[in-house]
Design a protein around this ligand. Structure first.
Ligand code: S0N
Length: 289
């Protein structure tokens, strides 16, 4: 294989700041694209709060993910946190009002749930690049990503039952799938923290690398994915999520089937018949076994 494709390059790409079609700058995140590479990188930029998110942070993350989804030059998205101390420490506890997180208006919000769904449904791989703490809602964010590359200083855990919160959605169900129900109960009931090696053993992360190699390794994984068929990867993501995501999972994979069908002669015969005001002729298409 490598004789045909050559070794995967490991150099750090040239990152270029990106914006979405609103034209507005980002304040809580950094959004970059790798020049000529097909990789987008979304960085939570609140290191003074260990990259805790507030509702505005989540809004910006959703804008960036939406842009990366729509940009057909992008094939893989990295989600990370600024600095080496934290990937993300969950919801910003200083902004927790009586009914959720409050910042840009007076309503309490739990909008990180929409972000989780967005990452899960996005038809391109999302890779969590984790240095330092991935805890609370930050831990759930890495779990909903397709892959996690951890630095050797990474720490994983749920704090909810200690600080008066919990994620009984993906935070519970995806964790249970990843590490099994016994371990998931342990993580949630005990609120212990686990180091990178322990997390790897539990199946929470794909690999652990020295902190100084984190970006290099993550980009290498992106490049390796980008060599493969985007449609095959899209279908694999949808298929792996389908059963767990119920009707929404079926809708995603069903939509992908429709997308492929639109590209066939058979699909176009239906459309052409309608536009040409004639009966469609499907007789030449095989009824496959
Ligand atoms: C991350 C920890 C372990 C790091 O410890 P360390 O390195 O000793 O640093 P600290 O001195 O503790 O922190 C440095 C500065 O950063 C601030 N800070 C850290 N985390 C947060 C945070 N989450 N919110 C606000 N500020 C934070 C510190 O206060 C400190 O600031 P200064 O220097 O000014 O004192 C450690 O910091 C830690 O344990 N952090 C808290 C982790 C936590 O409990 N997070 C919240 C967990 N809950 C959620 O995430 C909610 C989940 C959620 O969002 C959700 C889920 C399901 C359904 C809905 C929702 C929803 O609410 O939307």
């Amino acid at each position: 294989y490598h004789r045909v494709h050559g070794a995967v390059p490991t150099h750090i790409p040239t990152w270029k700041a990106a914006i979405d079609d609103s034209g507005k700058d980002f304040a809580d995140i950094i959004y970059d694209k790798a020049v000529g590479e097909g990789i987008a990188k979304i960085t939570i930029n609140r290191p003074e709060r260990r990259n805790a998110f507030r509702p505005e942070t989540v809004k910006e993350l959703m804008r960036a993910f939406n842009d990366a989804r729509d940009d057909n030059s992008i094939g893989v998205i990295i989600l990370t946190g600024k600095g080496t101390k934290a990937f993300c420490s969950g919801g910003d506890q200083l902004l927790r009002g009586k009914d959720g997180y409050v910042d840009y208006d007076s309503f309490g919000r739990l909008n990180v749930l929409d972000l989780q769904v967005q990452i899960r449904r996005l038809p391109k791989p999302v890779i969590a690049m984790v240095a330092g703490y991935a805890v609370g809602g930050g831990h759930v964010l890495h779990m909903v990503c397709d892959l996690t590359i951890a630095a050797d200083n990474a720490v994983f855990g749920q704090t909810g039952p200690k600080v008066g919160s919990f994620d009984a959605g993906y935070g519970a169900s995806i964790m249970s799938r990843l590490i099994g129900p016994k371990r998931a109960r342990e993580m949630w009931y005990m609120t212990r923290f686990y180091n990178a090696k322990e997390a790897e053993k539990m199946g929470l992360v794909n690999t652990v690398v020295p902190l100084e190699k984190l970006e290099e390794e993550t980009v290498k994984w992106c490049r390796e994915i980008l060599r493969n068929s985007p449609m095959a990867i899209r279908l694999c993501k949808a298929a792996i999520n389908a059963a767990d995501d119920g009707h929404a999972g079926l809708q995603q994979i069903g939509g992908d089937a429709t997308l492929l069908f639109y590209g066939t002669e058979e699909g176009n015969e239906g459309k052409n018949g309608y536009l040409e005001r004639r009966k469609p002729d499907f007789s030449r298409f095989p009824r496959l076994p």
